[in-house]
Design a protein around this ligand. Structure first.
Ligand code: GLA
Length: 427
């Protein structure tokens, strides 16, 4: 009996290996990853003489790792410091064929930087590209996948963003899972962020989300974010219009990624910053900032760290907690009319009759001056729990609105290009 089952198990494992069907299953990213990444704010600035505080260099990442801790972001949950493009030498090492970090800007290689990041309690992320080159033209992984996966492990990388420039889109459905398996095979747990669906969507192809969520911890679905409300709005529209085929695939260990948070940069006002933070939380998005942490204005820092509602005793009702809700259900745009939108996400607590609580964001895309008055019954907001909901403003702890039942009206006023955001706790 014992022999039969061990033979059976052995055959089963062999078949799985041959089939290459072992999913990612690395136990990571059970909630959407949070951290900081260089790309949106610092792009491919490589001239350290001209831009000493902004160039892609060891210095930039050390400083931001330190700021993540000293400015309180780490306490709020931000954890990964991620190097995006432009960290490489133009060529691999001649003999070993290993990737080499730019010798001037990362004079010590990446290990001391990784050590520093780990020593202060953070995790280390690194960008690469599945194709022959990264989007900015540095060497990609395509012909050296095993070597590169091992090199990342040797550099103590905890998170890999694998982009898809200079690659055959038709190879990606096989190549990305293959690289994921190679990462796994190193024995070092690494969050695996895939850009494969973004390239397929751009080419008008339908990504296979079932395969994606088996092989990647998160994936970019669509275009890059830029520093403007317009860009945020385009991403919201993309996710809103395509939610039926995208939203169901998010869950613990596998997330849709609408791209980085812009807060703290040039393009978003105070209200617009609250808007991006709220909608990204409804979308169960990775909360990856890309900003200069040394100069984030205090009121924007408060949004990023949830301190706008600092007097809350129950930390669990804040915006980040919505993003990190343990159920991992991505929210949806449930109403869109007259430039007013309602986005809603089922969250904990779930009460005995299987009714969820909800985080509900009311968005105004209007610009006609006065705050816009929005009136809906709870039924219209798809809130049907007959015992009702206790309603709390997620951005204003003094604003506890009390109990509402499905037939009751809910009224809120939303600033132009702004948001109001509430937790409806099921009773
Ligand atoms: C692509 C990605 C961006 C960034 C750049 C770097 O455009 O989508 O997020 O990584 O490449 O070149």
């Amino acid at each position: 009996m014992y022999r039969t089952s061990s033979v059976f198990l052995g055959t089963f494992l062999l078949l799985l290996l041959l089939h290459g069907g072992m999913g990612l299953d690395n136990g990571l990213a059970l909630t959407p990853p949070m951290g900081w990444m260089s790309w949106e704010r610092f792009r491919c600035l490589t001239d350290c003489k001209l831009y000493p505080n902004e160039c892609i260099s060891e210095e930039l990442f050390r400083r931001h790792a330190d700021l993540l801790v000293s400015e309180g972001y780490a306490d709020a949950g931000y954890e990964y410091i991620i190097i995006d493009d432009c960290w490489l030498e133009k060529n691999r090492d001649n003999k070993t064929k290993k990737l080499v970090a730019d010798k001037k800007r990362f004079p010590n290689g990446l290990n001391p930087l990784a050590d520093h990041i780990h020593n202060i309690g953070l995790k280390f992320g690194l960008y690469q590209d599945y194709g022959t080159n990264t989007c900015a033209g540095f060497p990609g992984v395509i012909k050296h996948m095993q070597l590169d996966a091992q090199t990342f492990a040797d550099w103590d990388v905890d998170y890999v963003k694998l982009d898809g420039c200079y690659a055959n889109i038709s190879d990606m459905a096989v190549g990305y899972p293959e690289f994921g398996r190679l990462l796994n095979a190193t024995g070092r747990p690494m969050v695996y962020s895939c850009s494969w669906p973004a390239y397929q969507e751009d080419a008008g192809e339908m990504p296979d989300y079932t395969s994606l969520k088996q092989h990647c911890n998160l994936w970019r679905n669509w275009d890059d974010i830029d520093d403007s409300l317009e860009s945020v709005a385009q991403i919201m529209d993309y996710f809103g219009k395509n939610q039926d085929r995208i939203q169901p695939h998010a869950g613990p260990g596998h997330w849709n990624d609408p791209d980085m948070l812009l807060l703290g940069n040039y393009g978003l006002s105070y209200d617009q910053s609250k808007l991006q933070m709220a909608i990204w939380s409804v979308m169960a998005a990775p909360l990856i900032m890309s900003n200069d942490l040394a100069v984030v204005r205090p009121e924007i820092k408060d949004i990023l760290q949830n301190r706008v509602c600092s007097a809350f005793e129950d930390l669990k009702i804040k915006v980040i907690a919505v993003d990190q809700d343990e159920l991992g259900i991505q929210g949806r745009r449930i109403l869109s009319k007259n430039q007013i939108e309602v986005w809603s996400r089922p969250i904990t607590p779930v009460v005995s009759n299987n009714q969820h609580s909800y985080a509900v964001a009311f968005v105004s895309r209007r610009a006609d001056g006065a705050p816009y008055r929005i009136v809906f019954t709870l039924k219209e907001l798809e809130l049907h729990n007959t015992a009702g909901y206790d309603v709390q403003d997620l951005y204003d702890d003094k604003n506890h609105l009390g109990v509402f039942r499905p037939a009751n009206q809910f009224i809120t006023r939303v600033n132009p290009n702004g948001v109001t955001f509430y937790k409806f706790t099921a009773l």
